[in-house]
Design a protein around this ligand. Sequence first.
Ligand code: ADP
Ligand code: ZN
Length: 445
Amino acid sequence: MSEEMWSDRSSPVHPVSAPDYLPLDQLRVMQLARLKAVVKRTYDKVAHFRQKCERQNVAPDSLQTLADLRLFPFTVKTDLRDTYPFGLFASEMSDITRLHASSGTTGKPIVVAYTRSDIGVWAEGVARALAAGGVRRGDVLHNAYGYGLFTGGLGLHYGAEKLGATVIPVSGGNTERQVMLLHDFGANAVSCTPSYFLHLIDAAGKMKIDLRKEPLRVGFFGAEPWTDAMRAHIEDAAGIHALDIYGLSEISGPGVAQMCLHKRGMHIWEDHFYPEIIDPDTLEVLPAGAEGELVITTLTKEAFPMIRYRTRDITSLLTEPCACGRTMRRIARIGRRSDDMFIIRGVNVFPSQIESGLLSVEGVLPHYRIILRKGESGLDELLVEVEIPAGEFTDRVRDIEQLRQRLAKAIENIINIRADVRLVEAHSLPRSEGKIKRLFDERQK
Ligand code: ADP
Ligand code: ZN
């Protein structure tokens, strides 16, 4: 599908996306004014932040330039846990119109709050994200992100409404019915996790519906790491533009950054979300282009302002101009989240590295899982299970063995560790309806 077909240069800029094109000097002036205001407000309203500033000997008037932000303390996940549930709120409860909570793998969730204005900012971010993927009024978005405390469903929903598109709030689950609705309602856009879209592709195949022949033309996939190889697979299997959408509950939700149709990284809406990249060990701010941990300061949020929030997501800031004309900087694909890393025989590995290895070899399906366990010798073992197309098991035993070897080699080339690859039948691995769990660490058992 040609990029030109959906290029937003061919139609007038939608009012919600106008700020994407702000000249940089104006953008920097706006950022500094907003930054001063949010730092002052958070200092005045949130005791936890004020005390951290005092310990570090900084006050709101220490901030004279954007670069001075580096003088201020970071906010980390434990700040959110320690003040659970409402300790970091900067608005009165009577001004808060919504709460959300992130999944939180252990114990208590992280609770985040929004005023009416915050919901508006969030919706605008999502509307701009959808517009960057060519969605317009008159388009129909099939929104299969989960509705509820998770920010995915309602985030995309409000954004689509703000843009003026038609939104179908299907939420997650009931996959065959979803395929039927996709087909019958003729949605042109879809949003869900990339792993759930794989599930939809599969289900469509079983129902003899060829997504490439449907009106669907673009997907907004995020909330979990995925690789460019997976993007290519989805684009090919469904005949759509598969775009990366990024966000996190602490900062608002989905729609903090969005891949445009030029597909090189994701524009971060930096009039609302100010990015820095730091070295996670030294905590120093890194120069443009360097890879490190993404730190975000919210410039306009009222109820839950975050100053220098450490996302634990590893990326870099791309500063070269983008062919789409948007002036806002881009973040590179988030291939790694420090929490997802596992260590095997002393080597740091990210699940996305295994995914890249697997999908570089032809003849496998993009469904896999990673199992870590203690071998008989007491050494850690890495087992990777991956599906192969139906029918492949019955014949060509030798080919199968060769495929297994090729996959093991492809993984070893990336992570320098030998993996035991097990080929399993199509549809035999568990599917996800939201964020997928691919890593099973059985070493403690
Ligand atoms: P939780 O922290 O419980 O997973 P969130 O739903 O707020 O809750 O998830 C935000 C996280 O999801 C991000 O910090 C990031 O690690 C991941 N994420 C979101 N979008 C993407 C994306 N497009 N690519 C990779 N990772 C993403
Ligand atoms: Zn662009």
